[in-house]
Write a protein that binds this ligand. Structure first.
Ligand code: NAP
Length: 526
């Protein structure tokens, strides 16, 4: 399939005329063909009008039809074959195995949402039958189901050009909920975005859905994103990226005459607690495991372990010695974009320039454009507590080790942390009491708590939470990975004494959709 540099607005391809940009191969610094035409307010207007026109028809598609649509998107993405992988490699600098794995995850997540749609539990149908004889007042017939919010704006992430981008988790969960989607493609991987966008556009057509169910816009600079978020027909936003970008879009959404929810995943440093018995038992293995997790994918994961906490002593010294050696031998690796590499360098310079921070190790020197050297820094609990800037995210393979005098200091630091996507505890059974004392704090801080693993690598499943208190995300009540992500784009509607013929199928007597429903408080399939 040829990449044209056009936006996809409903069924049409459209060349934008508000500026031009090209993707850059971060491994060589070379610009890639073709040029992409940026869109403006007119394109946002057209895509949102189509999305709104499609909404009522799309949200009433049957469960089977909607599931088949998601599966068709997955099949069409696979049909793109190696052209998709080659373009994503050129635009991101990420290696083939990583992108093939990411394609598998993207397709798998679309199929998982198809299963979820079919099963119908997300409708959360509830029926409290009328009790006309109830005293002192009769009870009305009260029924509830969830409906989709409306068209959703999705901002793809730079660091997952497939799994968190055009057909990523935000798009899959919004479409599963019955929301049309308008994607603002990330300017770092527009060719990958166009290919995947065309796969979705073809699925919309072959499944006989209204064209406005999906559009893909490109733009130069921030105006197009702001115009999209402030369009009155957009009813929710999914975003993964920088704290600054997320905050700007949250502010734009809150300023609207009708404010809307923004589900932004922004910034997390994913603390790892090295408990004393774990350090005593396996300091060396922990040192190696930590460096492997930190440097994977040039550290460009939102779940990258950005700080470590341990109690000062010889076992922590053993951990540091191994980590310093492993990190010192780690090759420099290509980052996603020149801007992300520049942000990494300035974050590393900020830490290495701090009087309270020691540079413990740097990775091997860079040998090509846009490469970054891994970095490990050290500080004390007191210094960390005295300088809130030490917990700012440095996106990339940089981490800060905090030496704590005792378990109480570890808990004090934990208490001072901002909200996180993950916290990890490295522990042995003998650490049980200390971890039990930490857990209430960790639950308040993070969306996912892991024991004896590393935070990079997020399973796409029903129980996953990829979310957490601010600034990890803008809304700690949700997740952007896993089937629960569908809830972000739904709201409950209650039907009181509505005549049977007017009720949605999900709430009719006899349970025609064979749903799991809660009848008079009792779960079942009546
Ligand atoms: P970004 O700069 O926040 O961009 C994400 C998307 O939002 C892009 O489509 C961008 O448009 C758009 N955007 C950003 N600021 C905007 C604004 N003020 N108004 C309207 N639209 C806006 O993120 P990035 O390019 O992926 O990476 C930059 C930094 O984000 C990294 O250095 C890292 O700190 C952080 N990051 C965090 C995560 C995470 O998961 N926590 C993931 C990736 C990146 P353009 O395409 O035109 O730039």
């Amino acid at each position: 399939m040829t990449i044209t540099g056009e936006m996809l607005i409903g069924a049409r391809s459209h060349r934008g005329s508000d500026g031009e940009f090209r993707a850059v191969d971060p491994a060589t610094g070379a610009e890639l063909e073709p040029a992409f035409g940026g869109g403006g307010v007119a394109e946002v207007e057209r895509a949102c009008a189509l999305a709104w026109a499609a909404f009522d028809a799309f949200r009433e598609t049957g469960l089977e039809a909607r599931a088949a649509f998601l599966e068709t998107i997955a099949a069409n993405i696979l049909d793109l074959g190696d052209a998709l992988i080659l373009r994503a490699m050129a635009e991101s600098g990420l290696p083939r195995p990583r992108l093939e794995g990411e394609r598998g995850r993207t397709v798998g997540q679309l199929r998982l949402f198809a299963q979820t749609v079919r099963e119908g539990g997300w409708l959360e149908a509830r029926i409290d039958p009328a009790q006309p004889e109830r005293k002192p007042l009769p009870r009305p017939d009260v029924r509830q189901r969830h409906i989709p919010l409306g068209p959703v704006a999705v901002f793809g992430a730079s660091n997952f050009p497939l799994a968190f981008s055009v057909a990523g988790g935000d798009t899959a969960s919004a479409l599963a909920a019955g929301c049309p989607v308008v994607v603002k493609g990330h300017s770092a991987h527009p060719g990958t975005s166009e290919l995947v966008g065309r796969a979705i556009q073809a699925a919309v057509a072959s499944c006989g859905l209204p064209e406005g169910v999906f559009s893909l816009l490109f733009g130069v600079g921030n105006p197009i994103g702001t115009a999209l978020v402030t369009d009155p027909r957009i009813k929710a936003v999914g975003f993964t990226g920088s704290r600054g970008g997320g905050l700007a879009l949250m502010a734009a959404a809150a300023r609207r005459p009708e404010p809307i929810p923004v589900y932004a995943e922004m910034s997390s440093i994913n603390p790892v607690f090295l408990m004393p018995a774990a350090l005593a038992a396996r300091a060396e293995a922990l040192g190696k495991g930590f460096v492997a997790s930190l440097t994977m994918g040039a550290g460009q994961f939102c779940t990258n372990p950005g700080i470590l906490l341990g109690i000062d002593g010889p076992d922590l010294d053993r951990f540091v010695a191994v980590a310093v050696e492993a990190l010192g031998g780690s090759a420099a690796s290509t980052m996603l974009t020149p801007a992300i590499r520049a942000a990494y360098d300035s974050g590393v310079a900020r830490l290495s320039g701090s009087a309270a921070v020691a540079t413990l190790a740097r990775g091997l020197a860079c040998s090509g454009p846009n490469q970054a050297q891994a970095a490990l820094f050290g500080t004390t609990a007191d210094a960390f507590l005295a300088d809130p800037a030490l917990q700012d995210e440095v996106f990339g393979a940089a981490s800060l080790l905090i030496r704590c005098p005792d378990a109480a200091a570890m808990r004090t630091v934990a208490e001072r942390l901002e909200g996180q996507l993950t916290v990890t505890v490295q522990m042995e059974p003998a650490d049980g009491d200390a971890v039990a004392a930490l857990l209430p704090t960790l639950e308040r801080k993070a969306g996912r708590i892991l024991a004896n693993g590393w935070p990079t690598g997020v399973e796409v499943c029903h129980a996953m939470v990829h979310g957490g208190p601010f600034p990890a995300t803008s809304d700690s009540r949700t997740t952007s990975v896993g089937t629960l992500a569908i809830r972000r784009f739904l709201r409950p509607v209650c039907y009181q004494d509505i005549p049977a013929a007017l009720l949605p199928e999900a709430l009719r007597d006899g349970n025609p959709l064979d749903l799991w429903r809660r009848i008079d408080g009792v779960p079942g399939q009546e």
